[in-house]
Design a protein around this ligand. Sequence first.
Ligand SMILES: Nc1nc2c(ncn2[C@@H]2O[C@H](COP(=O)(O)OP(=O)(O)OP(=O)(O)O)[C@@H](O)[C@H]2O)c(=O)[nH]1
Ligand SMILES: [Mg+2]
Length: 241
Amino acid sequence: MPKFDRIVDKVIMESDIILLVIDARRVEGSINRELEARVKSLGKKMIYVINKCDLISRQEQSKIRLKNSIQVSAKEHLSTMRLLKKIMALGKGEKVSVGVIGYPNTGKSTLINSLKGRHSALTSSISGFTKGKQRVRISSSILLIDTPGVIPYKEKEELDSLIIGSTDAGKSKDPESSAIHLIEELNGKVERFFGVEKSDDAEETLERIALKKNIVKKGNLADTARMGKEIIMLWQKGKIR
Ligand SMILES: Nc1nc2c(ncn2[C@@H]2O[C@H](COP(=O)(O)OP(=O)(O)OP(=O)(O)O)[C@@H](O)[C@H]2O)c(=O)[nH]1
Ligand SMILES: [Mg+2]
């Protein structure tokens, strides 16, 4: 039995083409390998849709190497028509069902709306928003199927999951260490956002940011847990980029 939702598994089985939606800010970390393996084992055609490209620089975009992928921004309608053409080419003019799968909050519903051109799949910045599958016909030959996001199940994926927003900042188990990792990984972006100097010690950076923003607890000590949550939230909302 696959380790993910039955609804998603059913959608994979009934689809001719799968769009695996991933987050451009964390390509490797937002590909669910179980899901990928399942699609491959069923011999389905798959396109990796690297979404939220508006949140990364052109230079970062050019560094991404992934076979059968396309970089888009569902929100800003960048390259979504190219994706549509790709789907039509794979479908060879026949009627096709296209399953849209991926982690929560990667933008599956937004992508469907963008492809349709009219709002018909509900979206939200809160992960886990889409509950059941939803079918959206976008043309006489293409039927898109929206799915609930597949929840990451491994603990080591907690940081990935926070970074792509599959786990809400508020639900982070350890916002302090996650924020510290995030500061390290983003290599200066957080420091730039808050206007503090970059240092090799991300823990200290987090403290300095908290003090600067006056996020303190008793005794005027930096409240790094609260500040950590705030940083993760700003990242999830695309404010820090
Ligand atoms: N910046 C940016 N934000 C995006 C893009 N696509 C989606 N979003 C945002 O990401 C959040 C999640 O979008 P949804 O479309 O609801 O994501 P989903 O994958 O359907 O999420 P679940 O239904 O919870 O699994 C929303 O706040 C969207 O506005 C994009 O291309 N760029
Ligand atoms: Mg959704």
